[in-house]
Every structure is written in structure tokens, then in C-alpha cells.
Design a protein around this ligand. Structure first.
Ligand SMILES: C=CC1=C(C)c2cc3[nH]c(cc4nc(cc5[nH]c(cc1n2)c(C)c5CCC(=O)O)C(CCC(=O)O)=C4C)c(C)c3C=C
Ligand code: FE2
Ligand code: FE2
Length: 374
């Protein structure tokens, strides 16, 4: 008999031994929150492997591989790590990178909140690039008995380069599993009422504390312009978030703007660029400018350094007076409650039976004892 030959497209390391779902273990539902990733330290040595993995992702840089390999390894990885490390150093905390800190807290608090609501799910978090990685966390969920996993990329607006790539990481991880969990994805939540409401309340709280600004700038991470022409919904989703937030706050056109930040490389990116808007608003001598980054649910390099620090300097240099950055949703209780509301419909049909949790099993056992007595 001919031995079975794998088609050449099969991954070389496919089908290792993996933890089995055990019959004496409760079947559980897992939630995997995925954010972008961050270096291990604010140093050039730590930035290099992080940027290499990130910028080698064909979802992120869509240039023919051979050409890009030369540019990345010949130029970018020799210059950018040092410059980026200096920027990371300005936002780094004693506990590490803000993005990792907030993402970890969001997962922990969401698990606690859902548990209190009688939804005994296991919540884990992973990073698309760097650590903790998606494959390890999926395996951990499986080992804990999660035969159903809801994956939530922590980007409200879908972009192929962010959420699409997080989906790729999950697909790659389950490629090598013999018996993968059932998987669902939250593609986006750019118009989820709970998300819009939380953003609006943050702006209102900021206005209550510091007075209403003269203009609200909503700055989203940019992507190359060609991705819009090729069908990426990101641009439209950012504008929908912007419109819904403005409507909820009662802002008229002219009282707010939507811009795109963090341009990378020489190509045209989505416009208007946040840097141009800041310059124009500064030149108009806007007295009080409020700035929010609705596309980031956790503060990170792009909000804390590029917007809160660099953006402020640019606005003031152009003639603006008062620049007020409104922090991201981070790990505050209102956002955790909103996250629970956003995930809830996606858990539909995945019955969280009492067997799903230890306390549920105890309740069931008590009910059986009481039932037997009646
Ligand atoms: C909001 C979602 C994001 C999209 C879409 C996105 C697209 C995108 N990003 C780059 C290049 C870089 N981004 C970097 C940092 C960074 N990007 C996001 C989110 C999105 N990126 C976040 C949350 C962060 C911060 C990470 C942190 O550790 O705090 C960086 C690294 C920093 C630097 O060297 O400047 C790069 C590079 C591209 C090319 C792209 C779409 C094509
Ligand atoms: Fe980015
Ligand atoms: Fe940036």
C-alpha cells in the first residue's frame, strides 16, 4: 500500500499531539481577545524582532515579497528600531507597555464581569505580533476544556491589516489542530450602541471636568489609500463611528472632524491626515481642541506618544491654544460592561449550562439533592 502523502500545501508541522477534550471536564466557552502586539522592552533590540514579524505580514505590507524583503531587511530594520524604541520609552511604564497592560486588564475584568452575570466563560488575551501569541492562548483555552471559542479582535473598525490579520493568526493556529474548538469571530463593532455610548459618555465626562471644547477631532489609525479602492471597509466604518458619535453628542458638521494618523511609508494613506488637521486647527487659533482616538480601545504608543504628545506640540506650534487628549476606553468599568454587551449576542446558542462552571456544578448538585428530598 502506498503511504499517505501530504499535499505540498500542508503545513510541515501539522497535527502534533494536542490536549484532548476530556469527558470528565466541563465543556466551556472561551473568549479570546486579540490586540496588535507590542515589543518586550523599549529598546532597539526588542523592537527589531517585533517590527520584523509585524512588517513581514503580507496583510500589513502588500508589496511583492522579494522587493519588500530587501527594503525591510536592508533599510527599515536597520533604522526604525532605534527611532521607535525612543518613542516607546516615552510611554513605557514600570509594569511595561500600556497596550499590554490594558489588554490584560480588559480580559481579567471581562471574565469577572461575565462570571458575576452568570456567564461562566473563560477569557484570555493574546497579541497578533509578539507575546503572548495567539496559538499558545488557543491551546490553553482548549486544554481548559473550551470547545467553543469566540474570537474578538480589539479593533472596533475592521481593516484587513488589523482584524483580518488577527483572523489569519487564529486560522493558522487551528490548521495544526486535529480537533479544534468551534470558532466564531466578532468582525467589528464600529456601530455597536454600547461602544458608541461609552465613547460619548467619556467625552461628556471630559466636558464636565474641563469645559466643552471648541472642536472635537476624532483620529483613527490610517491605512494605505489603495486598500479602500480594493474593497476594505475600514474607511467607511471609521466614518460611521465618527458620525454616530457626533450625532449622540449633538455635534454639527464643522464642530468635529475625522482624521487618519500613523502614516507609514511613502504611499498615499487615507486622508485627511490628522497631522494636517492639527496644523489647520492650530492656524485657525482654535482655543480649546478635544482629541479622541475611537479606533483604539486601549491607550498605546499611537495615542499616548503620537497624539497626546506629538500632536499637542504640532497644534500649539501652529498657533492653537489648549489641547486636550481624551484617554482611550482602557480598563474602566463602563467599558468592561460595554464589552460584555458587545460579546453577548455572539454567544447566542452556545448554551452556558451550569456544568460550565464549578459554582454551576455545585448549584446543580444542590438542586439534585433538594429534588430528591421532595
Ligand atoms: C487600529 C488598528 C490598526 C491598524 C488598521 C493598523 C494598521 C497599520 N499599522 C502599520 C504600522 C505600524 N503600526 C504600529 C503601531 C500600532 N498600530 C496599531 C493599530 C493598527 N495598525 C497599534 C495599536 C499600534 C501600537 C502598538 C503599541 O505597542 O503600542 C507600528 C509600530 C510602532 C512604530 O514603529 O511606529 C507600526 C510600524 C501599518 C503599515 C498598517 C497598515 C497597513
Ligand atoms: Fe499600526
Ligand atoms: Fe505612530
Amino acid at each position: 500500500m502506498q503511504p499517505f502523502r501530504q499535499p505540498s500545501s500542508f503545513p510541515a508541522m501539522a497535527y502534533q499531539t494536542e490536549p484532548a477534550f476530556r469527558h470528565d471536564q466541563p465543556r466551556r466557552v472561551g473568549i479570546l481577545l486579540i490586540n496588535l502586539g507590542t515589543p518586550e522592552a523599549p529598546t532597539a533590540a526588542a523592537l527589531r524582532p517585533y517590527l520584523k514579524q509585524f512588517l513581514s505580514d503580507p496583510r500589513v505590507v502588500e508589496i511583492p515579497r522579494a522587493i519588500w524583503w530587501l527594503i525591510l531587511n536592508g533599510i527599515i530594520l536597520n533604522t526604525r528600531p532605534k527611532k521607535s524604541a525612543a518613542k516607546y520609552a516615552t510611554v513605557w511604564t514600570r509594569d511595561g507597555s500600556p497596550l499590554a497592560i490594558y489588554t490584560r486588564q480588559q480580559a481579567k475584568l471581562l471574565q469577572g464581569y461575565l462570571g458575576d452575570q452568570g456567564q461562566p466563560v473563560m477569557v484570555e488575551w493574546a497579541m497578533r505580533y509578539g507575546q503572548p501569541n495567539v496559538a499558545d492562548k488557543l491551546m490553553a483555552l482548549k486544554a481548559a476544556g473550551c470547545d467553543r471559542v469566540l474570537v474578538m479582535p480589539l479593533y472596533p473598525q475592521y481593516a484587513a491589516s488589523s482584524s483580518g490579520s488577527a483572523m489569519d493568526a487564529v486560522a493558522d493556529a487551528i490548521k495544526s489542530l486535529r480537533n479544534p474548538p468551534e470558532i466564531r469571530f466578532i468582525k467589528h463593532f464600529h456601530d455597536a450602541p454600547a461602544y458608541i455610548e461609552t465613547l460619548a459618555q467619556r467625552v461628556e465626562r471630559h466636558w464636565a471636568n474641563q469645559g466643552r471644547g471648541d472642536h472635537l477631532l476624532m483620529s483613527f489609525h490610517g491605512v494605505p489609500r489603495f486598500s479602500l479602492d480594493k474593497g476594505d471597509p475600514y474607511h467607511c466604518e471609521c466614518h460611521k463611528t465618527g458620525r454616530l458619535l457626533a450625532e449622540r453628542l449633538g455635534l454639527q458638521p464643522g464642530q468635529y472632524s475625522v482624521g487618519f494618523q500613523s502614516r507609514f511609508g511613502k504611499a498615499e494613506w487615507l486622508k485627511p491626515y490628522t497631522s494636517d488637521l492639527l496644523h489647520a486647527l492650530g492656524k485657525k487659533q482654535t482655543a480649546r481642541l478635544d482629541v479622541i482616538c475611537p479606533g483604539f480601545v486601549a491607550d498605546c504608543l499611537e495615542t499616548l506618544e503620537e497624539i497626546a504628545m506629538e500632536g499637542k506640540a504640532d497644534f500649539l506650534a501652529a498657533g492653537g491654544k489648549d489641547y486636550r487628549y481624551i484617554p482611550a476606553l482602557n480598563a474602566e468599568p463602563d467599558w468592561i460592561r460595554a464589552l460584555a454587551q458587545i460579546v453577548a449576542p455572539h454567544l447566542s446558542g452556545w448554551t452556558l449550562t451550569p456544568e460550565d462552571s464549578a459554582s454551576g456544578r455545585a448549584r446543580l448538585a444542590r438542586a439534585e439533592v433538594l429534588g430528591a428530598k421532595q
